[in-house]
Design a protein around this ligand. Structure first.
Ligand code: ATP
Ligand code: ZN
Length: 290
């Protein structure tokens, strides 16, 4: 590992799991070039002084807080659970999931207070304890490391606290969600005491990451509209330096070009359709430096 111990920035990502592919794809989207294949312990970037280290997600917060690595990508859930002192830099908009309390479909547990005195299996004991304390619940936590969702069926627990994204695993196990504890997504975190030199590199990385994130969060649209509705259009299409080019394909028409944020994309398109705009060209954006 001699090569790993150079002055380059070190970033840990999950070695093999739900965050791995999205983390690698995201890093590539930021323009970083590197090799990666399953057996690799770490990769060196060709075009940036960065080493990527592949670890178990549970270990990432500790490696970041102790300075073994400078940066890490992990689920907010793992960070909340491990409570290591690290600096959160960015939400990365992938790895979405929620920590929920679930019970068997036909369980008599209907409201939170029904959990008092019950056995609850989880691999998130810290997050669970915080939630119980806040909601004044006295329950017995059964700590398990995996396959939490089968514990009610095998009689180990009355309820579970586990991660879910689509809810399909819960349904498959005949479980229903009682309540949500928190939502999570992948985040970029950094060590708290980075050297001046590394801070500079991290700022550079953040700019790249933000560029990729904005591109992901926005769509490019182009449409043709009656010139007279332009004032109304300007109100509907949220302004990010609203730009339009009038090349007048026909008299009285304008061609409008803009970007729309992903989370209001469909409602904006609906509004445009109601205004009578039929053809809208939508394109993904590769990068957006703003
Ligand atoms: P490791 O071997 O690295 O410890 P793991 O089995 O603990 O992996 P995964 O199941 O690969 O972890 O999940 C990694 C992360 O993916 C979770 O911590 C969470 O942030 C995110 N995630 C997204 N959707 C889900 C989901 N449906 N269930 C579990 N985790 C999810
Ligand atoms: Zn894990």
């Amino acid at each position: 590992m001699k090569k790993f111990n150079n002055g380059n920035l070190k970033l840990a990502i999950q070695k093999e799991g739900r965050l791995t592919q999205d983390s690698l794809a995201f890093l590539r989207q930021t323009g970083l070039e590197f090799e990666s294949y399953q057996k690799l312990l770490y990769s060196s970037c060709r075009n940036f002084p960065l080493e990527i280290l592949y670890l178990r997600d549970d270990d990432i917060p500790n490696y970041v807080s102790t300075g073994v690595v400078d940066l890490g990508i992990a689920g907010q859930n793992i960070l909340s659970e491990k409570r290591e002192p690290v600096k959160k830099l960015l939400n990365l908009r992938f790895g979405f999931c929620s920590l929920v309390i679930a019970v068997p479909k036909d369980s008599p547990i209907k409201i939170l207070s029904d959990l008092n005195g019950k056995r609850i299996a989880t691999s998130y004991p810290n997050s669970s304890k915080v939630f119980f304390k806040k909601n004044n619940i006295q329950a017995d936590l059964v700590q398990v490391r995996g396959s939490v969702e089968i514990t009610p069926a095998i009689g180990v627990a009355d309820a579970i606290i586990d991660l879910t994204s689509t809810g399909s695993t819960l349904i498959l196990q005949d479980l229903r969600v009682l309540t949500k504890i928190y939502d999570s997504e992948a985040v970029l975190v950094a060590n708290n005491d980075l050297s001046k030199n590394k801070k500079k590199l991290v700022n550079n990385i953040i700019t790249r990451f933000k560029g990729a994130l904005s591109a992901k969060n926005y769509k490019y649209i182009n449409l043709s509209a009656e010139e007279k509705i332009l004032p109304r259009l300007k109100k509907i299409i949220p302004v990010l330096g609203f730009q339009y080019f009038s090349f007048i394909p026909q008299k009285g028409k304008v061609s409008v070009t803009s970007v729309i944020k992903e989370d209001i994309f469909w409602e904006t398109i609906e509004k445009l359709k109601i205004m009578g705009i039929k053809r809208i060209l939508v394109l993904p954006i590769e990068k957006m430096i703003i």
